[in-house]
Write a protein that binds this ligand. Structure first.
Ligand code: ADP
Length: 389
């Protein structure tokens, strides 16, 4: 189906792999993408009808982007919200709207917002020095009352665990805080989770919400390594997580896709770790293993089209991130070929020209005829043994 409405050009702030993966569905829907990104070698430049080479948070460039497009959406959350508000006042249309992003960009603000709408989450507080301003009560606590381990997070611009540290004692807390520039940080209770889960959900222009299968995510050093689909959890938990996704997207009146990361505690409780106002790494499997990908549904929602079916097109799936493990200019063609030769295996290579340790260079999705966690784990292990050999 192609668009029969005037909305044909969508601007995207951000040109990484998340924007790049909108290329195919945009083509299918007859939408042109114009990208604002700083670097001509960024992945999405190759799929853009036009590119504005400028930093993500440059509002002058965004005004120019707006002059080329019907609406503007976001690939990442490292935006200059205050400057964009001025553009919104001049009738530039952002989807999701800026009011939906405002409570989420700062991790502490996000926690306050989730608390306000009754979403279960770890206990938290903000810290900018000696005393603690608790987010849960107005009391000031002394640092001596904190229970370790504790998690310290940069309030803004963290990604792939870059601004997140698990802290064992007070001394390291002070040191990490200094490393983070002595800015106010988010401190939160360390959750000794049994598993990490995630879900991606979209809300359309008319308010309908669709939710993808709940997945298990596996992180190492705070970076997502693999995703097992669906998560091996009870139907009751799936209902609970769907309700959480619905509440968050509806209360923010989101138009677009959001990714929600969760902890499953050892006593079976679900707590929200983080809400990302964009397509999400935990939803990459949807390209090959679902009826409609998260990227297509994002475009559908921001273009005002009906949302597509989020069901799996197979029994189960595994997604493995191909992370850089060395500094190199290598495009790893042989390894990619070896992976692509495996059955039901889809290799997505982001075309980055430089590899660095931990950098997301691509991902692999395998469609499986099983949902058994042990089998999905074994498939992921095999992929990783080829990639990291
Ligand atoms: P980022 O936004 O940079 O991805 P996150 O806040 O999502 O960082 O944290 C990255 C990872 O760190 C999580 O997936 C989890 O493994 C771990 N983590 C984060 N917060 C906590 C917590 N409160 N308790 C235990 N582990 C945590």
């Amino acid at each position: 189906m192609t668009l029969d409405i005037a909305l044909k050009r969508i601007g995207i702030i951000g040109g990484g792999q998340l924007a790049w993966m909108m290329g195919n569905p945009a083509h299918k829907l007859g939408i042109e993408l114009v990208i604002q990104t700083p670097n001509p070698t960024d992945p999405a430049v190759t799929i853009a009808t036009d590119t504005i080479l400028a930093p993500i948070d440059d509002p002058v460039a965004t005004a120019k982007l707006a002059s080329y497009c019907d609406i503007i959406t976001f690939e990442n959350e490292f935006i200059n919200l205050e400057a964009l508000k001025e553009l919104a006042e001049k009738s530039i249309c952002f989807r999701p709207r800026l009011e939906a992003l405002a409570p989420l960009l700062d991790k502490y603000d996000q926690r306050l917002y989730l608390e306000k709408i009754g979403i279960p989450q770890p206990q938290f507080t903000t810290w900018a020095g000696e005393t603690i301003n608790s987010g849960l009560s107005s009391e000031e606590k002394s640092l001596n009352e904190l229970k370790f381990p504790i998690v310290i997070k940069a309030r803004r611009n963290g990604y792939d665990g870059q601004g997140t540290f698990i802290i064992k004692d007070r001394d390291s807390l002070e040191k990490t805080w200094q490393k983070l520039g002595k800015n106010p940080v988010l401190l939160e209770e360390f959750i000794p989770f049994e598993r990490e889960l995630a879900v991606v959900a979209a809300r359309g222009l008319t308010g309908e919400v669709v939710v993808y299968p709940v997945v298990e995510t596996q992180q190492e050093e705070q970076v997502c390594r693999r995703v097992l689909v669906p998560a091996e959890i009870s139907p009751e938990l799936v209902v609970e997580i769907n309700a959480i996704a619905n509440t968050i997207l509806t209360s923010l009146e989101v138009v677009g896709i959001f990714g929600i990361e969760l902890f499953l505690t050892t006593n079976g409780k679900v707590l929200v770790n983080e809400v990302s106002p964009r397509t999400h790494n935990s939803g990459h499997f949807t390209i090959d293993a679902c009826e409609t990908s998260q990227f297509e549904n994002h475009l559908r929602s921001v273009a005002g089209l009906p949302l597509g079916n989020t069901a799996l097109n197979c029994q189960g799936a595994v997604m493995v991130n191909l992370l850089g493990y060395e500094t190199s200019q290598n495009d790893y063609i042989e390894k990619r070929q070896k992976l692509a030769n495996l059955p039901e295996t889809f290799v997505h290579w982001y075309g980055k020209t430089e590899s660095r340790r931990g950098r997301k260079l691509g991902h692999v999705t395998v469609r499986c005829d099983s949902q058994l966690r042990s089998e999905l784990n074994a498939i992921a292990k095999n992929i990783e043994s080829i990639w990291y050999s």
